[in-house]
Design a protein around this ligand. Structure first.
Ligand code: G1P
Length: 272
């Protein structure tokens, strides 16, 4: 049912300069695995088989990463190092990867609209790799989608003074951890935020979202915001916000990135 998962990946990653001067921020490693690979693994584990990237200038390394590297693979064949590439090699066998470019960076809504050419007229997942989650959040949402068949956003409670970093949802709880959305605001100041329920970078969207995005005027920060499109969608049909189970690290910030690195090292790499 849900086959396609979109990865907006056109942003500059200015917070990580100079590391991101010539390297996409999505390729920053969490220990030894690029952030984007964690996101793609999460999508594949949830059953997605068509992975689409909305990339941009300077993002070629992403394409090369999800491709066979004959020379390198030949070089390490038969050695213990071969195992280090086996995960990404499996992905290439299991999935189709496609790419389109967002020529101008005009916001997440605009990036998702750019991805329409890869998605077509079917529901799809969206993963923002910056939000590193270690608990199969999109898989939890796929399960909900099979029941509700509507757009779903992942949310978590954030400290009240941090609402201006996130899309914030308001609505009515219809089941434990499940909210029927009545309003969404992109990055409201704490005094304007109706709740502290913040959208994190996991979405399942129905394809009518594309025609809604097309009608939008620039919103917060002068950009076309996906939050505004989903809010509009919530007025005409049901949209759900889901308080996911698990841990999330904001790898768009230096602090979150370092915390995620320590978490992954402790969980998967520490020997003692
Ligand atoms: C984007 C969305 C925002 C959402 C956030 C999650 O913001 O616009 O609604 O809460 O991702 O990480 P960004 O972090 O790209 O500024």
């Amino acid at each position: 049912m849900l086959k396609k998962c979109l990865f907006p990946a056109a942003g500059y990653g200015t917070r990580f300069l100079p590391a991101t001067k010539a390297m996409p921020k999505e390729m920053l490693p969490i220990v030894n695995k690029p952030l984007i690979q964690f996101g793609v693994e999460e999508a594949i584990e949830a059953g997605f088989t068509e992975i689409g990237f909305v990339s941009g200038r300077g993002k070629r390394a992403i394409e090369d990463h999800f491709d066979i590297s004959y020379e390198l693979e030949h070089q390490i064949a038969g050695s213990v190092k071969e195992a280090l590439l086996s995960d990404v090699r499996d992905m290439i066998d299991k999935c189709a990867f496609s790419y389109t470019r967002q020529a101008e960076v005009k916001g997440l809504g605009h990036a998702i609209l750019t991805g329409e050419t890869l998605i077509g007229n079917e529901p799809f997942g969206v993963i923002l790799a910056d939000d590193f989650c270690d608990s199969g959040v999109i898989k939890q949402m796929v399960g909900l989608f099979s029941h509700y068949q509507c757009s779903i956003v992942a949310i978590e409670e954030v400290p009240a003074d941090q609402t201006d970093k996130y899309g914030i949802v308001d609505g009515k709880e219809i089941d434990e951890g499940l909210i029927k959305v009545s309003n969404m605001i992109e990055k409201p100041a704490p005094e304007d935020a109706p709740t502290n329920l913040a959208v994190i970078g996991r979405y399942i969207l129905t394809p009518d979202i594309f025609s809604i995005i097309r009608t939008l005027e620039p919103g917060a920060a002068g950009e076309i915001q996906i939050t505004d499109a989903i809010c509009e969608q919530a007025k005409n049909s049901m949209v759900l916000a889901y308080k996911f189970n698990g841990t999330r690290f904001d790898c768009g910030s230096l602090k979150g990135y370092v915390e995620a690195t320590n978490y992954v090292y402790d969980k998967y790499h520490r020997k003692v």
